[in-house]
Design a protein around this ligand. Structure first.
Ligand code: CA
Length: 231
């Protein structure tokens, strides 16, 4: 099972360091960020399994960041807040955070909350599932969901997406795609691929506008880049 990646956004170095150490001693991998403006670009590059997000940060504050993340991802978020009084207001704002921890906290408490939130929000993926950010492809159920909403795909679209998600960032020629999905009774050749991809893109784009996950590589073919660009 791959190590769970936790992104810790906290501008107080001492707190950040302690949290990181505790997480790593508990078998997680932790990345630290101290500036609010760095968070969105970081998770677009690499989506963590959970984010611990302080509210008072230089640059964008935690609330703003949380709201922005929720526009494109359901990644679990635990907010850190300095004041108990802030907590009620925060929960009232319905930012979409999964949990809140008040400062001062014990690092052990943080680890316990991380475990609980991960257990609640991310049941261990079965090997018959392919995951990419908010996209879950289930081979057994023959079902694709984005942020828990089911996509209605044709057989060819489903098989194409499977091939893409199995090897993110690999560039496939049209011939690659035809031969890889032919085992699944792919109908049509060459430029028919283009129209399948066009339709697949349209369906993904309805759930994740502007993400452009399936990219055209001019003169070559296509590749699938999870959360690469955000318009
Ligand atoms: Ca802070």
């Amino acid at each position: 099972m791959p190590t769970k990646q936790i992104l810790v956004v906290e501008d107080e170095p001492k707190i950040a360091r302690i949290v990181k150490d505790y997480l790593e001693n508990s078998g997680y991998q932790a990345t630290l960020l101290a500036h609010g403006n760095d968070v969105i670009p970081q998770i677009q590059k690499s989506m963590p399994n959970l984010i611990i997000l302080d509210i008072m940060l230089p640059g964008k504050d935690g609330m703003e960041i949380c709201k922005e993340i929720r526009k494109f991802s359901t990644v679990p978020i635990i907010m850190l807040t300095a004041k108990v009084e802030e907590l009620d207001r925060l929960i009232g704002l319905e930012l979409g955070a999964d949990d809140y921890i008040c400062k001062p906290f014990s690092p052990r408490e943080v680890v316990a909350r991380v475990k609980a939130v991960l257990r609640r929000t991310q049941p261990e993926p079965l090997s018959d599932q392919l995951l990419s950010g908010p996209i879950v492809l289930d081979r057994i159920k023959h079902q694709v969901t984005i942020n828990n909403k089911e996509l209605s795909l044709t057989n060819s679209e489903f098989e194409l997406l499977t091939v893409f998600m199995e090897q993110p960032d690999r560039v496939f020629s049209r011939n690659d795609l035809i031969s890889m999905v032919q085992g699944y009774n792919f109908e049509g050749y060459d430029r028919t691929i283009d129209s399948h991809i066009k339709n697949l893109r349209k369906k993904i784009d309805q759930q994740l506008p502007g993400q452009k996950m399936i990219q055209t590589v001019y003169g070559v073919g296509y590749k699938f880049s999870p959360l690469n660009t955000m318009a």
